[in-house]
Design a protein around this ligand. Structure first.
Ligand code: KIV
Length: 264
């Protein structure tokens, strides 16, 4: 097994090979994810909802993110580990550098933050200082209170144009990856084709360079309805390790997600 780096992911995009990402928060799942060959692991602030039981990701702290990154890193030597910058921890460039440094020192190989135009200078400052950055556009859950709910973004032409502009500007500022969450499939395809950096989709259809699912959703460990864009891989396999392997291989082959998992 080889260590996954940003070069691995760029080469995969250039070769048209799809890669997979799972959001997870502990050492045991981290090891199984590594053994399944999943290229990246996101220690997402979704842990505020899946693990901590909050309604949103807003209450998650930097200290909690560092704790979970340390747990995940101890269980995994090969996947590229991305750590979420929590709500309110990147309101200024200085603050973002302190936050990103803490996440990298906890064991992340890259940090992720949510937002468009207002983050251009922040992304450039982090990139200049050797901190790899994953941007996140579309449905940005930290802004749920401003968005008025968890709903598909970029359906109106002006919003779609703004999203494409933001994606190109973030790439120019130095972003290494982009997560697109809950946007119509044709918009995700347009952004994926326009960018040279890999685009990871969740609820963004089947035409992005990579796919991410939250481990609790893909194993059916959720008290709520599984989102339209997800799938219960455990019910097909009855074995967690096998479920992770099937997810990885179905993303690589293009079998998952299907067009039915995307939004119009
Ligand atoms: O926090 C998270 O798990 C995420 C993914 C859903 C993209 O941001």
């Amino acid at each position: 097994m080889r260590k996954v780096t940003i070069n691995t992911l760029n080469t995969m995009k250039q070769n048209g090979e799809k890669f997979s990402v799972i959001a997870a928060y502990d050492a045991s799942f981290s090891t199984l994810i590594e053994q399944a060959g999943v290229e990246c692991l996101l220690v997402g602030d979704s842990l505020g909802m899946t693990v901590q039981g909050y309604d949103t990701t807003v209450p998650v702290t930097l200290e909690q993110m560092c704790y979970h990154i340390e747990c995940v890193r101890r269980g995994n030597n090969h996947s590229l580990i991305i750590g979420d910058m929590p709500f309110g921890s990147y309101n200024s460039i200085d603050e973002s550098l302190v936050t990103a440094t803490a996440l990298m020192q906890a064991g992340a190989h890259m940090v992720k933050l949510e937002g468009g135009e207002w983050l251009i200078d922040t992304v450039a400052a982090m990139s200049d200082r050797g901190i790899p950055v994953c941007a996140h556009l579309g449905l940005t859950p930290q802004s749920v209170n401003k968005l008025g709910g968890y709903r598909v973004q970029g359906r109106e032409p002006e919003a779609a144009e703004q999203l494409l502009r933001d994606a190109l500007d973030l790439q120019r500022a130095g972003a290494d990856l982009l997560v697109l969450e809950c946007v119509p499939t044709p918009l995700a395809q347009e952004v994926t084709n326009a960018l040279s950096i890999p685009v990871i989709g969740i609820g963004a259809g089947h035409l992005t360079d990579a796919q991410i699912l939250v481990i609790y959703d893909m194993l059916g460990i959720t008290p709520n309805k599984i989102p339209k864009f997800s799938k219960n891989f455990l019910s097909e396999t009855a074995d967690v390790a096998e479920a992770l392997k099937v997810f990885h291989s179905q993303v690589a082959s293009g079998e998952f997600p299907g067009p039915e998992h995307g939004f119009k």
